[in-house]
Design a protein around this ligand. Structure first.
Ligand SMILES: *Cc1c(COP(=O)(O)O)cnc(C)c1O
Length: 452
């Protein structure tokens, strides 16, 4: 990496926070912003660059969350900033469905080229991950003439009606928001740490899901199987080797569209452009968002030309989909990922983090660390009640919360996730410096020790 940071890359917390300016903003927020939107941290952002977030009171936090896997290239990457400035000076919007422009086409070309598979592809652009997922399902239904959609345990696909239906976890995502869309079925996931039979292979776990699909739905009724190659909100669950390839093969044998939801795992996050590439899986459709555009809202469905082109003209779109500023940002972000070798950087981060956390687990013995998993810079620790890691594996959401709170107090922003709320996920910007990452990990280790 060869990066000049605009802000000093240092953690600095000035005693107690939130400070006065953040408190003032919190009061204005409480009086005006819907309570349903929650924030992980109580401070308000003034600036962000590389691996740091500066708040309005002069504190500097280490960012190990990237705004949920979005700012892979940093929150103010010079190339992205330059491309955005250049674009807004010309036009901010014309609507691709009214008067089209090159940026949209260039992003489609890029995605068709970067996504796995040598087949002919097409891309359509949207704004959010949920919108991409909804449209992938629309495309699969039109192309197959079938209705049923299969999602998995622990899945997260978004907060719109259809994607809430696809999402597994009730609180906070679904509770009270029903009724949900029909024809959605849930299959068992491969979750190596929590398998009843720890010997079960990925292929066997896939056969378990396939049996459920055959018996409860009928393979010839299924339009699409949608899966996150590494589950995000559900707990950074990496399915056992062989699971994804067998599910993809089953889909192919039965004319089912295999959709990889790479909204969180895509764009260098796991050390490849896309997480399916770790097992050589070629999806029929792939949904992307989050890391795609350096923080600007953009999402996409990319896949087999015959699937996307099965939809009638005018059937896909949206006022803002593929906004020109977001497209300019995406092209610049992808360029940065390439020139800074951020795939290689994700591998380096994985090596560093796994080495340190592995040593800590050894040191703590049969403590609260149940599992350390993930790929690249999409890494997680699953916490269990002390002493239960090898036996009952009782999830410990309380200790997880305490560890995240300790980290925040020391100036490190860390996100939690998981069906049982007992997973800490590490999603640093890939442009984070070695020194800053090491400092962040020192704090995390201190937090785990203090709660062990
Ligand atoms: C975040 C996420 C979504 C939803 O994306 P939004 O942009 O929040 O709508 C969908 N799928 C996965 C895997 C995600 O992580």
């Amino acid at each position: 990496m060869d990066i000049t940071y605009r802000l000093e890359q240092k953690r600095k917390v000035l005693g107690d926070f939130p400070g006065p300016k953040s408190l003032e903003l919190a009061a204005r927020r409480a009086a005006n912003v819907a309570k349903g939107v929650a924030s992980s941290v109580p401070v308000y952002v003034a600036d962000a660059d590389g691996g740091v977030i500066h708040d309005v009171d002069g504190n500097s936090f280490i960012d190990l969350g990237s705004g949920i896997a979005v700012t892979t290239v940093g929150a103010s990457d010079a190339a992205v900033v330059g491309a955005v400035k250049e674009q807004v000076e010309h036009f901010t919007h014309t609507c691709f469905m009214v008067s089209p422009y090159e940026g949209y086409v260039a992003v489609a070309e890029k995605l068709n080229q970067l996504t796995p598979g040598e087949h002919e592809k097409r891309t359509v652009l949207f704004n959010s991950g949920a919108e991409a997922v909804e449209n992938a399902v629309k495309i699969a239904r039109v192309a197959t003439g079938r209705n049923a959609v299969v999602a998995f345990d622990h899945a997260y696909h978004g907060r719109t009606n259809l994607t809430m239906g696809l999402t597994a976890k009730a609180m906070p995502y679904k509770t009270g928001f029903g009724p949900f869309a029909g024809e959605i079925y849930r299959a068992p996931m491969s979750y190596p740490f929590r398998e009843e039979n720890p010997q079960i292979t990925g292929k066997e776990a896939a056969e378990r899901a396939i049996l459920m699909i055959q018996k409860q739905i009928g393979a010839d009724q299924v339009a699409a199987i949608i899966i996150e190659p590494i589950q995000g909100e559900g707990g950074f669950i990496v399915p056992a080797e062989g699971f994804l390839p067998r599910i993809a093969e089953f889909a192919k044998e039965n004319g089912i569209v295999f959709i990889a939801d790479e909204v969180q795992s895509g764009f260098c996050r796991t050390g490849e452009w896309f997480a399916v590439q770790h097992e050589g899986v070629v999806p029929d459709l792939i949904t992307t968002a989050k890391g795609i555009a350096g923080g600007m809202p953009l999402s996409a469905v990319t896949g087999r030309a015959e699937l996307l082109d099965a939809v009638h003209g005018g059937g896909l779109g949206g006022t803002y989909g593929g906004n020109p500023v977001a497209c300019a940002a995406a092209l610049a972000a992808i360029e940065t990922m390439d020139t800074q070798d951020l795939r290689g950087r994700a591998h380096e981060i994985e090596t560093t983090v796994k080495r340190r956390l592995g040593a800590l687990r050894d040191e703590l013995g049969d403590g609260i660390i149940g599992d350390i998993r993930g790929r690249g810079a999409m890494l997680a620790i699953e916490f269990v009640k002390k002493g239960s890691a090898a036996t009952t594996k009782q999830p410990d959401g309380e200790v997880t919360k305490k560890i995240a709170e300790y980290c925040l107090k020391e100036g490190v922003i860390i996100l939690t996730c998981g069906t049982y709320g007992n997973v800490i996920r590490l999603l640093p910007p890939l442009v984070i410096s070695d020194e800053l990452l090491a400092d962040g990990l020192d704090v995390l280790e201190g937090a785990i020790r203090a709660n062990s």
